[in-house]
Design a protein around this ligand. Structure first.
Ligand SMILES: *Cc1c(COP(=O)(O)O)cnc(C)c1O
Length: 384
């Protein structure tokens, strides 16, 4: 068996271990400390002056706190992009609220502004104005943020930007995560940079960040004893993990460059194949970190699944696109607005190995295997 090629594996730089050692030698082995403060400052510096940051235990925790801070309560409705990872919507349910799913548009594969407005109008007509909108930047590609923000402002509904996959991406030169009332990032093991597990909540509103820090450390009121007037959470980032994060921030720009060159490599390799289309930046306003290179396969004798199986048979890790949440059994009863763009993308879409640590040999192996899967109809049977 050939060595495994991963979809997106952690890629450490030279400094992560130094920051972790600092934590050990100063005995800051806790969910607070100099690395947590330093990591927050690094993120703030990267995202822009007006941004405030709270480092948390995961992207999911950040989404949960974002909804709490925006006042989402039991019985409320929250609009959420359907085509995304389940973690975008789960915190809505943690709050006892109901997700209302909105389809994607074909250009960025993110929330359709058109169906967003249809959904808002109909929910208001039904007597339930949505409490928040969760928009996602899939695979690092910016959603149509100008249109989405103007609709949200028109109806005065706050926006949570799930930028878990999009650290370093920009729309019109502005960092993703800084458009919404609150933005969130993830530093899980497979993301563009990782703290092993971790997340961040960001906002221009400093009160929101203070609230996030308070809620994430068990909502302790100022008192010498343990005093609580609200329900708290244990969602703060560990000082060990933040040490990894500080090292990763030093190589973030390199990681973006490496992932963007993976995309360019695949683009060039499949330039002559009409069956393969890429998720492309629609124009110069869109700048993607290219967390994952995503393609659709259509018109070839091999289906997306044939190609995926063929790659798996050669020990190459590939994933279908996110299955739309309105098609997930757990969300069967939830309202959905759209015309099945996300469903069609799911059927033909595939994420290719995209790690910043892939070698040219590995990229060539992926390309050769896809050629084999697509051009030779019998390749599948022969390989398994
Ligand atoms: C990874 C991811 C999350 C969750 O982040 P965790 O840090 O794993 O909790 C949320 N939304 C999207 C779109 C993601 O890709």
């Amino acid at each position: 068996m050939k060595p495994k090629i991963w979809l997106s594996s952690p890629h450490m730089g030279d400094k992560e271990l130094c920051y972790v050692k600092d934590a050990f030698s100063s005995n800051w082995i806790a969910p607070l400390g100099p690395n947590v403060d330093g990591f927050e400052q690094d993120l703030q510096l990267f995202l822009g002056e007006d941004v405030h940051v709270a480092a948390l235990s995961s992207g999911t925790a950040a989404l949960h706190l974002a909804l709490i801070i925006l006042g989402v309560k039991a019985g409320d409705e929250v609009i959420c992009q359907s085509m995304t990872f389940s973690a975008s919507a789960n915190p809505i349910v943690y709050q006892g609220a109901t997700p209302v799913f909105v389809d994607s548009e074909a250009q960025t594969w993110n929330m359709s502004p058109e169906f967003l407005e249809v959904a808002i109008k109909e929910r208001i007509a039904l007597g339930k104005k949505p409490k928040a909108i969760v928009v996602v930047h899939l695979y690092g590609m910016p959603a149509q943020m100008d249109k989405i923000m103007s609709i949200a402002r028109k109806y005065e509904i706050p926006v949570v930007e799930d930028a878990a996959e999009a650290l370093g991406s920009e729309f019109k030169g502005q960092s993703l995560g800084t458009f919404g009332d609150i933005g969130i990032f993830s530093f899980n093991g497979n993301k563009i940079i990782t703290t092993s597990g971790g997340g961040a909540l960001v906002s221009a509103n400093e009160e929101y960040i203070k609230k996030a820090r308070f809620l994430s450390t068990q909502a302790q009121d100022p008192a010498p004893h343990y005093q609580h007037s609200q329900i708290g959470y244990n969602y703060r980032m560990s000082n060990i993990c933040a040490g990894i994060g500080r090292g990763q921030m030093e190589v973030l720009k390199q990681r973006i460059w490496q992932r963007r060159s993976n995309y360019q490599f695949y683009r060039n390799a499949f330039a002559g194949i009409p069956y393969i289309k890429f998720l492309e930046e629609p124009n110069s306003a869109y700048y993607s970190n290219r967390w994952l290179t995503a393609i659709t396969i259509e018109g070839a004798s091999a289906t997306r699944e044939d190609v995926r199986m063929c790659l798996a048979g050669s020990n190459i890790d590939c994933r279908p696109l996110w299955k739309p949440l309105h098609l997930q059994p757990v969300f069967e009863q939830t309202p959905y607005y759209g015309n099945d763009c996300s469903e069609r993308l799911f059927e033909k879409g595939l994420c290719l190995p995209s790690g910043s640590n892939l070698t040219e040999d590995e990229l060539n192996r992926v390309v050769a295997q896809i050629y084999q899967a697509i051009e030779v109809p019998n390749a599948i049977g022969a390989l398994i």
